[in-house]
Design a protein. Structure first.
Length: 179
């Protein structure tokens, strides 16, 4: 017998006379709902004949039909629930994906804004990084220029003897950095 769902199994149970074929028994051993229905149905069939009333076939047909309708309605509700559950799961996945996507975009925009602010700050304030060698070179160049300027002032002062006596000597101390 091909694989059957609970709805088909329950319909088979209600239409059997108490003897279940092996495929039904296998399913019943694994499914609690179908097992309970089979036990109740077989219990009804096992009632002693003298205790049993003769039920007209129309009433029996109505009972079986009502049970079948109930089983189909419950199966429809179950299907609707699983459809809703799958739709809700898909919607949740889409929402999480959208949230992650927009969070990534937001982080990227913040990074770009920070980079632009850094570039603007660096453009307005040219920061020169000095190392010891370039600093030593600049100090040496500055000392040389200052000495040349002092020498020019002293040479210019020799022409005028009056200013020479009143001139003060300029002493400039420039620190020397040892590496």
């Amino acid at each position: 017998m091909a694989k059957m769902n609970c709805e088909q199994i329950q319909t088979e149970i209600l239409s059997c006379d108490g003897n279940l074929d092996p495929a039904l028994q296998k399913h019943i051993s694994q499914c609690k709902e179908c097992r309970e229905l089979a036990q109740q149905w077989i219990a009804l069939k096992d009632v002693q004949p003298e205790m049993r009333r003769k039920v007209p076939k129309t009433v029996e047909f109505m009972i079986v039909n009502e049970a079948d309708t109930y089983i189909r309605a419950r199966a429809a509700h179950t299907k609707a629930f699983y459809r809703w559950l799958s739709f809700a799961s898909a919607a949740a996945c889409v929402a999480l994906f959208a949230l992650a996507f927009f969070a990534t975009l937001r982080d990227k925009a913040i990074q770009i804004q920070a980079n632009n602010e850094n570039r603007a700050a660096n453009a307005s304030h040219q920061i020169v990084k000095w190392d010891m060698v370039s600093m030593q070179k600049e100090i040496t160049d500055l000392r040389t220029e200052v000495e040349i300027c002092i020498a020019d002032v002293n040479i210019g002062g020799n022409d005028n003897s009056e200013n020479n006596s009143n001139d003060e000597e300029f002493i400039i101390e420039i620190p020397v950095f040892l590496t």
